[in-house]
Design a protein around this ligand. Structure first.
Ligand SMILES: Nc1nc2c([nH]c(=O)n2[C@H]2C[C@H](O)[C@@H](COP(=O)(O)OP(=O)(O)OP(=O)(O)O)O2)c(=O)[nH]1
Ligand SMILES: [Mg+2]
Length: 138
């Protein structure tokens, strides 16, 4: 008998960098999946949306910014003990407004070189590596 894997939850994730080379991160609320871990803003792609539309919507809802340009960074499929996710990760190339956190999460700008001092969900390790290695010229 074959067992069918449940479908992965498709998640749009944005890496926002400021002019000081710092990255925006927020701490997941205790009651959320992977609660207490730090994350890049984003959320689930809803039906009828493409990933870019989802990212624009999520970053408006969570961070209060209007994203105007983005570029694909990486896609990560990860199986947690309780859930499988497909993280669709994008560099935010330009946006309007001042990034903040509108859903009660702790947040901060962190120097790229210090990103590994924060605890991220396991799926995020390749993203953190990628950012820390990047000589970002955008
Ligand atoms: N946003 C975000 N989610 C991540 C990251 N790493 C990671 O494993 N995830 C997982 C945790 C969740 O299972 C899923 C994203 O769910 P979410 O709670 O942000 O979704 P959402 O904003 O749509 O919120 P909701 O449906 O719970 O209201 O992806 C990350 O860096 N950012
Ligand atoms: Mg979210």
């Amino acid at each position: 008998m074959t067992t069918q894997k449940p479908p992965a939850v498709h998640v749009a994730v944005g890496v926002i960098e400021n002019s000081n080379g710092e990255i925006f991160i927020a701490q997941r609320l205790p009651e959320q999946h992977q609660g207490g871990k730090w994350e890049f803003p984003g959320g689930k792609v809803e039906s009828g949306e493409n990933v870019q539309e989802a990212l624009v919507r999520e970053l408006k809802e969570e961070c209060g910014i209007d994203v105007t340009d983005m570029a694909p960074l990486t896609v990560i499929e990860h199986q947690y003990s309780d859930k499988r996710v497909l993280l669709d990760v994008w560099w935010i190339l330009s946006y309007q407004g001042e990034a903040t956190q509108l859903e009660g999460q702790k947040w901060c700008w962190v120097d790229k070189n210090q990103l590994d001092a924060f605890q991220f969900p396991d799926a995020n390790q390749p993203i953190v590596d990628c950012i820390m290695q990047s000589m970002n010229t955008y």
